[in-house]
Every structure is written in C-alpha cells, then in structure tokens.
Design a protein around this ligand. Structure first.
Ligand code: ZN
Ligand code: FE
Length: 254
C-alpha cells in the first residue's frame, strides 16, 4: 500500500512523496527544490530512500542534490539524460522496474518535452507520475523531441488503465481547459470537467491527480486520432501525429 502526498512547489509545480506502508520506504518524485520537501519528509518520519526524476528541467530536479546529501537517498532518473541530471545512482529506461518498498514502479519512456523524459507507473497504486508529458486537459510543450515522438509518448500513457490517477508535474488545468474548449466546443464531458476544475480552484484546491479515464474523453492532446476533433480543426483524414502537431502549435500561441 503506497501513500501519496502532493507537495506544491514554486508557483504551480507538484512533487510527490510516496510512502510504502508495508516497510516504510519513502520516495520523492521531481523535487524541484528542497525546502517544502524536507518539511514534508520530516513530518513523515524523517526518512527518504529514493529520489525519482522524470526529466532534467531545473523545476523538477533542483532539490535532488540537497535531499541526497541530507537523507542518503538514492537518485534514479533517465539513463539517456545522465549528463544533464544530478549524480544518478541508478539510470533507467523504458521497461525497467524500480522497487519502492513492496511496490514496483515501471518506467515508461515518454520523449518529446525533453528527449530523455520518463514516467513512473505504479500499477498497484493505480498511479502514474508523468512529469511534464501529460497534464490534466493538456500536455507539455515539445522542446526537444519531435511531434510524432510526443504523440507516441502520449499514446503510451493513454494505454494505461482508465482508473489510473495521473500525478503530473504542474497545476495547469484551468488554462489547459480554456484551450481545450476552444478546439473541442461540443464535448459535454469536457465541459463537465472544466466546471468541476473551476470549482476546485475557486476553493483553493488542487485538480491533480486527475483520472486517466476522464482525460481520454476530454484532453484534446489524447484525442488527436478522434475523427471529430480532426474535422473541427479542418484536418479530416489527416494523420493523428499531424493533428497533434497542429494542436500543440496552436496551444503554444493560445
Ligand atoms: Zn519540464
Ligand atoms: Fe516543469
């Protein structure tokens, strides 16, 4: 049994503190800075075994060296980006497994936002930690990979079970929702989701984690192969990766 605690960092980042109740193992995902993470760890018993990194951006790795030094935690991240990450104790790639106490995280390669980006899927907890690849109602910018690569990465996440909870790297949902409804105005499931997210934010609450099953019906970036969405963009019959590229480019300037 894995407990998952969301830790807000900076303006809109989330790190996640994972505690395996079976043996007490503790892991942190994407500690962009150490201050609030140390507070959470010390309130949780003062133990940290693992630092899991999804990609090399500073807002996801900044706290890793200090946490490693303070708690003796092992740092795990994408092997292919070893040169741009804090000193890794374990480099991992697609299909690898990382034990978090009695739980197992499976590594899924998700290149696109960065070339080495990975996600950690913990099936037993119905949880995926996907950094800046998939967001609620959105996806990360394509900085280093190609659009077809990013689309494949999103398909790999979409292939996970509907009841998977998506623990993404940022609280971007409201702005994502405004873009989503501009390209997919007739989607009732999307409208319902946007209303729910607005209510959560009005109460100062997080919209993350979100449900992958809902994202499959509402997130335009997971629906680039939906004929209705392609038609609404004037791209009927086009390849899904091309539709995805146009969606992502429109969002960049929305
Ligand atoms: Zn990033
Ligand atoms: Fe980020």
């Amino acid at each position: 049994m894995l407990d998952i605690q969301r830790i807000p960092l900076f303006r809109d980042n989330y790190a996640y503190l994972l505690t395996d109740r079976a043996d007490g193992t503790v892991a942190i995902v994407d500690p962009g800075t150490e201050g609030p993470v140390i507070e959470a760890i010390d309130a949780n018993g003062g133990r940290l075994d693992l630092v899991l990194l999804t990609h090399h951006h500073a807002d996801h790795i900044g706290g890793a060296p200090a946490l490693k030094a303070r708690y003796g935690a092992r740092v795990v991240g994408p092997q292919s980006d070893r040169g741009r990450l804090p000193d890794l104790d374990q480099g991992v790639g697609d299909g690898d497994s990382v034990a978090i106490g009695s739980a197992t995280a499976r590594v899924i390669a998700t290149p696109g936002h960065t070339s080495g980006h990975i996600a950690f899927w913990v099936e037993a907890a119905n949880a995926v930690f996907c950094g800046d690849t998939l967001f609620s109602l959105g996806c990360g910018r394509v900085f280093e990979g190609t659009y077809p690569e990013m689309w494949e990465s999103l398909l790999a996440l979409r292939a996970l079970p509907d009841d998977t909870l998506v623990y993404c790297g940022h609280e971007y949902t409201e702005a994502n929702g405004r873009f989503a409804e501009s390209v997919d105005p007739g989607n009732a499931a999307l409208e319902a989701e946007i209303a729910e997210d607005r209510a959560l934010r009005a109460r100062g609450e997080a919209t993350v984690p979100c449900h992958l099953g809902v994202e499959k019906r509402t997130n335009p970036f997971l629906r680039a192969d939906d004929p209705g969405l392609a038609a609404a963009l004037g791209m009927a019959g086009k390849d899904a990766a091309e539709v995805f590229a146009v969606l992502r480019q429109r969002k960049d300037t929305f």
